[in-house]
Write a protein that binds this ligand. Structure first.
Ligand SMILES: Cc1ncc(COP(=O)(O)O)c(C=O)c1O
Length: 401
């Protein structure tokens, strides 16, 4: 047995089988590349599912995290700690928000936002306003609350009854939104661009309409930018394209450079939670706080949103050329460095993902037979030039199989 087979067998024998993992055992990463235990290099257009915006082994991040580990990694929220308070001040300023609650994951950010929305309405004496309107095909996480607002019935069904008071509407359909919103609605929750749901972008008109409905009826507008935020679309936040600024903004993934953390950001008027309402042992710990600071340092220094826009346009151009030559590609979606390649039904995106690994390329899938491309935001045009022929080879092999 090779070391790789040994480790895979060890994992299969002891891990709870909640994932169908790919046959790859990662050893380390460097820049745009992942290396397996056999020393093979893989060009990474997944970035740990939109986490490694700075690529792997960024020297500034590595040095900063090591320094923080040498000092302290956890304090509890009985105390202040410098990395978390500086991260809070910088992140709120960067996002144009007033306050932040730090979590350990995206799911927890969604959970907290649901509580915040209900608390906001309750604080205004509206006891019956507890419902959340969420989008079909959305993904917000796997805990009971986040799952309750996730628009994938197959994910929810085995765990019913969930929290209740949730209505789903078809993304982009204003009529169905207007039908769903009533005197019980506390919040509207949306991803400006659905990730897992198939790189489905809400139009500027729809985003503006949601903003107007929320303003008219004092409903909390919550944008989940856990996947599409922080430069990925070529702007700091995906909502900016429409100008429809949310009241509550949820972040996670990229903000921690791989250290687990997330954030519920809100405007002052929506800072509805008070002492005793919410908490977390690890949320806002010094290591995660330092990671957020390190992320922001590099994000600004490298002008990553600008790079995402530039290389994203180049990637769209190259994918368009590929789609023109390949009948197996039936559509392209997304913008910046969040793009999807829609495949013809006879070519499975799952098969392409597996075969891409044999071509030394990491890609993932999304709902709707889509290959999802989420490279680190440091990606260059030359990396796209390496990616395209590998993706093409994987699609051709999947089509022949
Ligand atoms: C849009 C969105 N929201 C929430 C989550 C859940 O985040 P986490 O896996 O960090 O809990 C994800 C994860 O993929 C996501 O893409």
């Amino acid at each position: 047995m090779s070391k790789k087979e040994e480790l895979m067998a060890l994992g299969e024998g002891s891990l709870l089988h909640t994932y169908n993992r790919l046959p790859l055992v990662i050893d380390h990463g460097d820049g745009m590349y992942l290396y397996d235990v056999d020393g093979k290099a893989y060009l990474d257009f997944c970035a740990g599912i939109a986490v490694f915006a700075l690529g792997y082994a960024d020297p500034h991040v590595d040095a900063g995290l090591k320094d923080q580990i040498g000092k302290i990694v956890h304090t509890s929220n009985y105390f202040y700690n410098e990395p978390a308070v500086t991260a809070a001040a910088r992140l709120t300023a960067f996002a144009g928000m007033d306050r932040v609650f730090f979590t350990n994951s995206g799911t927890e950010a969604v959970e907290g936002a649901l509580k915040l929305a209900r608390r906001y309405q309750l604080n205004r004496g509206r006891e019956g306003r507890y419902e959340i309107v969420a989008m079909e095909h959305s993904f917000h996480g796997r805990s009971m609350g986040a799952l309750s607002v996730t628009g994938k019935p197959a994910y929810r069904a085995p765990f019913e009854p969930l929290i209740g008071g949730v209505k789903f509407v078809e993304p982009g359909d204003i009529e169905s939104l207007l039908d769903a919103v009533d005197e019980k609605t506390a919040a509207i929750l949306l991803e400006p661009i659905q990730g897992e749901g198939g790189i489905v972008e809400l139009s500027d008109e729809y985003m503006k309409e949601v903003r107007a409905i929320c303003d008219e009826r004092d409903i909390v507008m919550i944008a989940d930018e856990i996947q599409c935020g922080l430069g990925r679309t070529g702007q700091d936040f995906a909502w900016q394209k429409s100008g429809a600024e949310p009241d509550v903004l949820l972040l996670a993934k990229a903000m921690g450079c791989g250290i687990p953390c997330g954030a519920i950001l809100c405007k002052e008027d929506f800072a509805a939670l008070v002492p005793g309402d919410h908490g977390s042992t690890f949320g806002g710990n010094p290591l995660a706080g330092r990671a957020v600071n390190l992320f922001l340092d590099r994000y600004e220094e490298l002008d990553l949103a600008k790079n995402a826009a530039k290389v994203g346009d180049y990637m769209k151009k190259k994918l368009t050329e590929l789609a023109e030559e390949m009948p197996q590609i039936v559509g392209l979606r997304g913008r910046g460095l969040m793009q999807g390649v829609v495949l013809a039904p006879e070519v499975g995106a799952g098969a392409v993902m597996k075969l891409a690994l044999e071509e030394r390329l990491v890609v993932i899938t999304a709902e709707g037979n889509i290959v999802r491309l989420l490279p680190p935001l440091i990606v260059k045009e030359t990396d796209v030039d390496v990616m395209i022929p590998r993706l093409k080879a994987a699609i051709l092999r999947a089509a022949e199989a």
